[in-house]
Design a protein around this ligand. Structure first.
Ligand code: NAI
Ligand code: MG
Length: 474
C-alpha cells in the first residue's frame, strides 16, 4: 500500500532526569525497600531505565502505619483545605505535563501523542474534578465520613491515569493512601510522589510502594487497610475478592473487557472506521474497554473491511517518542507472548489473520495492527481478552442479533454503536449489558462520567459523583 514519506519528529528526553535507582515513598520520604531491587525497562528499546525497590510486607506495614497516622490529620481538615492541596497537585501536573508525558512513554511504550494529548490532560482533569468535590461532599449524598486507609493496586496500561483515578477521589473524601504501581511502569508514580512533596502534602497522606504481585497482595491483605481498590486482570481480581471476603474492607474492582463495537449499515463508514481504529489500536489495544470485537452488519462488511484495511495501512508503528507514531511498543515481553499465543490460537481455530505491511523495529516488543475475519462466537479470540492490537471481526443481520452477540461474553465493560438512527441507539443502549455505551464515538473519557462494568468486568464505579461512594462510609 502506498504511504507518503515523513520526517521523524522525536520528542526530546532532556526534560526528564531519571536517577539510577528509586526507593519507596513512605511518610513523605524516599526510603530503601527490604526486598531485592528490579529494573524497569523501556519496552521500545529493552534498555533499563532505573533500578526499583521491592516493598516486602514489613515495608507495606510501615507504609500503612504512616497512612494511618496521617489519616487523623487529613480527615480532620476542612474539605476546602483538602481541596487546596488537590488543586495544587492538579496545577503542578499541568506544569510538569511534558516531563510526565515523556516519562510515561519511556516506561510504558505508548505513543507520545497519546501520553501528551490523552493521558496527561485526563490526569490533571481528574484531580481538578475531585478537588471540586472535597468541600461539597454533603451534597453528593454519600455522607462525609472517610473510610480510613485505602490500599490501591494499579496496572501498567495507563500508569499515571489509573493512579489519578484511585488517588484523587480517595484524598478528596479524606482518606489516606498506600498505592502500588505495576512492576513494569513504576516511574510516573514515583514522580507523583515528588509532586506530593512539591505540593507540601502532609507526610503519609500518599505512600507509594513498588514491587510485583507479592507487594500488591501484602497491601490488599493488610489488616489495617479499610478500602481496597484494584484495576487489572480478572484472575487477580478474583484472588483479591477472596482475600477481602469476610473482612469489613470495602472493595472496588475494575477488571477486563471484551467490548463489541457495533456498526450498522446506515452508519457513516469513514467515521466508523476512525472509531474502530481508536477503539482497538489506541494504546496498542492495552485498554480494558477496547473495542476488540467488531460486529459489522453483513450488508456492509466488504465495504467496511476495505476501508478499514486501507486505514490500517497508514498507521505508523514505531518509536513511541516520535510525534508521528500511532501505535507504540507492547508493554512487556510477557504481554507480547500472550498476544502472540492468542493470535496463533486464532489462526489454528480457523479465523483469517491480516496485518498491513509494516516494518517493526528490531529491539523492543512489537506487534503489528492485526485483524481477524471469519471469527465465530465460539473462537477463543472472540471470548478471551487479548489486550493487544488485535481486532476480531464478526457479522450480524438484525439489531436483535447484534445485541445477542454483543452480550455473549463474560465481560460487560463497554460497547460502541454506530448508526444514523437515534432511536436505535437508545434501543440498543438499553439492552447492552455494558457499563459504558458509546454512540458514534469510542474511548471517550471525562472525569465527570462514572466508569465500571457488569459481570466479570468487576464492580464499583470510578469517576463522577458515583466515584465518591467508593471512598465514603455510606
Ligand atoms: P495483573 O492483574 O497481574 O497486574 C495488575 C496489578 O496487580 C499489578 O500492579 C500487579 O503487580 C498486581 N498484582 C499481581 N498479582 C497480585 C496479587 N496476587 N495481589 C495483588 N496484586 C497483584 O495483570 P498482568 O499480569 O499485568 O496482565 C494480565 C492480563 O490482565 C492482561 O493481558 C489483560 O488481559 C489484563 N489486564 C487488564 C487491565 C485492565 O485495565 N483491566 C490492566 C492490566 C491487565
Ligand atoms: Mg517499564
Amino acid at each position: 500500500m502506498a504511504i507518503f514519506e515523513y520526517a521523524p519528529a522525536p520528542e526530546s528526553t532532556d526534560v526528564v532526569d531519571i536517577k539510577p535507582s528509586y526507593g519507596l515513598f513512605i511518610n513523605g520520604e524516599f526510603v530503601d525497600g527490604s526486598g531485592p531491587t528490579f529494573k524497569t525497562i523501556n519496552p521500545a528499546t529493552e534498555v533499563p531505565l532505573a533500578e526499583i525497590a521491592t516493598a516486602t510486607s514489613d515495608d507495606v506495614d510501615r507504609a500503612v502505619q504512616a497512612a494511618r497516622k496521617a489519616f487523623g490529620v487529613w480527615s480532620a481538615l476542612p474539605g476546602a483545605e483538602r481541596a487546596k492541596y488537590l488543586f495544587r497537585i492538579a496545577r503542578i501536573i499541568q506544569e510538569r505535563a511534558r516531563e510526565l508525558a515523556v516519562l510515561e512513554s519511556l516506561d510504558n511504550g505508548k505513543p507520545i501523542r497519546e501520553s501528551r494529548d490523552v493521558d496527561l490532560p485526563l490526569v490533571a482533569a481528574h484531580f481538578f474534578y475531585y478537588a471540586g468535590w472535597a468541600d461539597k461532599l454533603e451534597y453528593a449524598g454519600f455522607g462525609t465520613k472517610a473510610l480510613g486507609v485505602a490500599g490501591q493496586v494499579i496496572p501498567w496500561n495507563f500508569p499515571l491515569l489509573m493512579l489519578a483515578w484511585k488517588i484523587a477521589p480517595a484524598l478528596a473524601c479524606g482518606n489516606t493512601v498506600v498505592l502500588k504501581p505495576a512492576e513494569t511502569t513504576p516511574l510516573t508514580a514515583l514522580w507523583f510522589a515528588d509532586i506530593c512533596r512539591q505540593a507540601d502534602l502532609p507526610p503519609g497522606v500518599v505512600n507509594i510502594v513498588t514491587g510485583a504481585g507479592d507487594t500488591g497482595a501484602a497491601v490488599v491483605a493488610h489488616p489495617d487497610v479499610n478500602k481496597v481498590a484494584f484495576t487489572g486482570s480478572t484472575e487477580v481480581g478474583r484472588i483479591i475478592a477472596r482475600t477481602v471476603a469476610g473482612t469489613d474492607k470495602k472493595l472496588t474492582l475494575e477488571l477486563g473487557g471484551k467490548a463489541a463495537n457495533i456498526v450498522f449499515e446506515d452508519a457513516a463508514i469513514d467515521q466508523a472506521v476512525e472509531g474502530i481504529v481508536n477503539g482497538i489500536f489506541f494504546n496498542q489495544g492495552h485498554v480494558c474497554c477496547a473495542g476488540s470485537r467488531l460486529l459489522v452488519q453483513e450488508s456492509i462488511q466488504d465495504e467496511l473491511l476495505d476501508s478499514l484495511k486501507r486505514r490500517l495501512g497508514t498507521l505508523r508503528v514505531g518509536d513511541p517518542l516520535d510525534k508521528n507514531t500511532d501505535v507504540g511498543a507492547i508493554n512487556s515481553a510477557d504481554q507480547l507472548a500472550k498476544i502472540r499465543e492468542l493470535s496463533e490460537i486464532g489462526e489454528s481455530e480457523g479465523a483469517l489473520r491480516w496485518s498491513p505491511a509494516c516494518e517493526l523495529p528490531e529491539r523492543g516488543f512489537w506487534f503489528p495492527p492485526t485483524i481477524f475475519t471469519g471469527v465465530a462466537q465460539s473462537h477463543t479470540i472472540a471470548r478471551d481478552e487479548i489486550f493487544g492490537p488485535v481486532l476480531s471481526v464478526l457479522t450480524f443481520r438484525t439489531p436483535a442479533e447484534a445485541v445477542e452477540k454483543a452480550n455473549n461474553t463474560p465481560y460487560g465493560l463497554s460497547a460502541g454503536i454506530w448508526t444514523e438512527k437515534g432511536s436505535r441507539i437508545l434501543w440498543m443502549a438499553d439492552k447492552l449489558r455494558a457499563g459504558v455505551v458509546w454512540a458514534n464515538t469510542f474511548n471517550k473519557f471525562d472525569p465527570a462520567s462514572p466508569f465500571g462494568g457488569y459481570k466479570e468486568s468487576g464492580y464499583g464505579r470510578e469517576g463522577g459523583l458515583l466515584g465518591l461512594e467508593a471512598y465514603l462510609d455510606v
